[in-house]
Design a binder for this molecule. Sequence first.
Ligand SMILES: NC(=O)C[C@H](N)C(=O)O
Length: 325
Amino acid sequence: MNRPHVVVINTGGTIAMRASGGKGVVPASEPPFSALLPHLERHARITMDDYLNVPSPHMTPRHMLALAQRVQATVRQSDVHGVVITHGTDTLEETAFLLDLVVKTDKPIVVTGAMRASDELGADGPVNLLAAVRVAAHPESGGKGVLVVFNDEIHAARYVTKTHSTNVATFQSPQHGPIGTVTQADIFYHHAPLVREHFPAQALAENVALVKAAAGMDDFFLQACADRGVDGVVIEALGLGNLPPAMVPGVRRLLAARIPVVLVSRCYNGMVLPVYGYEGGGRQLHKLGVILSSGRLNGQKARIKLMVTLSLSRDLDQLREWFRQ
Ligand SMILES: NC(=O)C[C@H](N)C(=O)O
């Protein structure tokens, strides 16, 4: 049988950690995947690429961009059918979304990980890796953007988020649900994401801050962003895109310094819109020049998108257009 060639790029995370050494859960000296190879090889010809072995809180935008370049080079190889990336779950959605924005290909790119260390009872890494390889090898997995496979579900990188700090069903797409299901027999897609974007970023504007709004907050963090001269700021605003009035002076200062400010909602469903006209309301912020991200991205993903897009343009109208999706 001519099996598809799938390259597995390992970057670390709990899937590659051990819990039993008395030091807490820490990276294993070697990714523990060799015992799984016979199972994976039933579905694809596997090449293992042990690229990094870091906890995902140690991942930086620089690591993510270097990974994107590695994935791009891998999918350029004509004999490669798809790529699987193993990754820590804490920042998995950020890496997956960056790959979604930057890598240009219709070949399947699948990101997975685990919630339990490799030597824990009920470790979910092996079954997640097997499912990810099966998805990457499947003929219907191409052209859907970067996929996140976890707990037998297939999610679009754009919409998936880590929702639980311990549960193996942590990855969910709150607004749209999974796009497919992995079963013992086959893989089934239910729908496909309509929004796909590509930004040919060669570098990132790394200095983008993420600030969360809460009742009664003032502009302390926004002033600190202006003092530091950050590249941009994403604010997780209240509801439909509103801020406490005491945050507005900080917003004005950032905009006067031509530092782009992007607004998303701290609600995990819905979007921000220029509706409320009161002080700090989304309509006022929009008029001031704040970019309202109508694309339903959460804060951490909007931050990744601003890092990517700012590397291509600092024009506010252009950025506003890009943040419509
Ligand atoms: N489940 C995990 O992978 C969490 C871990 N802290 C990481 O992101 O590396």
